[in-house]
Design a protein around this ligand. Structure first.
Ligand code: SF4
Length: 200
């Protein structure tokens, strides 16, 4: 009589058990498609990051799209003037969830040296920032470091809750209350200038 095998040993090693969150986060963090929001000199370093010497493709983020609907990480690189700020916010809102933001350089993070009536004192006054990269300008390595930090942050996120925050709020408000707000890597920046929210 033939022996009945408990399982097919041929597939051993080809099957992985994991959690849904871990699998989704793994896919997301290794395929972050940037929305290059180049507004000033920092954008040159952003371009260098994508070029052959620094090769952002090593981190799965070489697919820079100029269509917000195909992006999931906005890299704000440069000085955000009030004139430009609302356009940045509109593009951010056109990006689908889940999405993240990197503030690249002193200007995007805090207004930098432009303590002027014309410059937004940090893009985090308009949109939530996940990672701040310091420098004026930051070197490409610094941006890559910021990208790696963002990947680490995504690893620990709850995919389902982050994907449909509005739906979760409607269906299970008590779960959302228990979910801590998204912390930034460096913390908030306070500019001290009038908030542009009144413009929105
Ligand atoms: S941080 Fe420095 S390099 Fe970057 S946009 Fe501002 S002034 Fe230019």
């Amino acid at each position: 009589m033939p022996q009945i095998a408990a399982y097919d040993s041929k597939i051993e090693g080809n099957v992985i058990f994991t959690q849904l969150d871990a699998a989704m986060n793994w896919m997301r963090k290794n395929s972050l498609w940037p929305m290059p929001m180049g507004l000033a000199c920092c954008a040159i370093e952003l371009m260098a990051t994508a070029a052959s010497r620094f090769d952002i493709a090593r981190f799965g983020s070489e697919v820079m799209r100029f269509s917000p609907r195909q992006c999931d990480v906005m890299i704000v690189a440069g000085t955000v003037t009030y004139k430009m700020a609302l356009a940045v916010k509109r593009i951010w809102e056109q990006m689908p969830e889940p999405k993240w933001c990197i503030a690249m350089g002193a200007c995007a993070s805090s207004g930098g040296m432009y303590r002027s009536y014309a410059v937004l004192q940090g893009i985090d006054q308009l949109i939530p920032v996940d990672v701040y990269v310091s420098g004026c300008p930051p070197r490409p390595e610094a941006l890559l470091d910021g990208l790696i930090r963002l990947q680490k942050k995504i690893e620990g996120e709850s995919s389902f809750l982050n994907q449909k925050p509005k739906l979760i709020h409607e269906l299970m408000p008590e779960i959302e209350e228990r979910t801590p707000p998204r912390p930034s890597i460096r913390g908030g920046v306070t500019g001290g200038t009038p908030s542009p929210r009144s413009l929105v």
